[in-house]
Write a protein that binds this ligand. Sequence first.
Ligand code: ZN
Length: 282
Amino acid sequence: MNILTFDVEEWFHLLDFDATRTEAEWGKYEVRIYENVDRILDILERTNTKATFFIIGWVAKTYPDVVKKIAAKYQIGSHTMNHQLVWQQRPEEFRNDVESSVKLLQDITGQPVECFRAPGFSIRKSEAWAFEILSDLGIKYDSSIFPAHHAHGGMPEFHSSEPTKVRYGAFVIKEFPISYKTIAGKHLVFSGGGYFRLFPYPLIKKWSKEHSDYLLSYIHPRDLDGGQPMLEGLPLARKFKSYVGTKGAAKKLEKYLTDFEFTDIATAAQRIDWNKTPTFVL
Ligand SMILES: [Zn+2]
């Protein structure tokens, strides 16, 4: 089963870069979300593919028409209000942030928001409290766990690489962990983001076939935007990581979605027999 997700954010929503870290900076940059989301919707239409869109509340607040357009056909989830790392927040801050994004998305779309993804997969074991808050806010499905060490978080204790029930006290959330491949000790999320742009398509195809039981892919609108400006002041390594392959990625994604069948989290959740999935107790 292959699941396709998008994290709907602007081209400048990079983590770990002080110049674009908070909302105060976001209004001054070129707006590219309209054409970038349209590009994705066109590809999904042409390949007849379902996907789940995790949307930053700030994008929804600033461009509600973009959210309405996506929600007319696709599943919507929250990617928090202000795109801050979970482990940099106190539980009350995290609750307020997620709650405001969920309410906003529900107000705009008229649909319940049941899915969540943390920025940078930043729910670690020490942020287990986040699951209580998410559950309390009506989130049934989470896709924030990276089951290995990761620059922005990661949960190496989570050994499952398939859909899993996460239990925290009395709360249970159904988890769709991020898929990756380990090469030379590096955990590569080859089916999305920078590595999807970087690696040649035949390799992505080969590795995807190896993950035929469960593959979760995540892509940002900016990953497919070959015309985006270069953010000033980015260190050289970040420049490479953030911009490599953006010119060819839209075509690559269309080929990927033609060769493989992907679906959204809502459909996947219905197909899964949750009585047979593992349970991870936090
Ligand atoms: Zn993000």
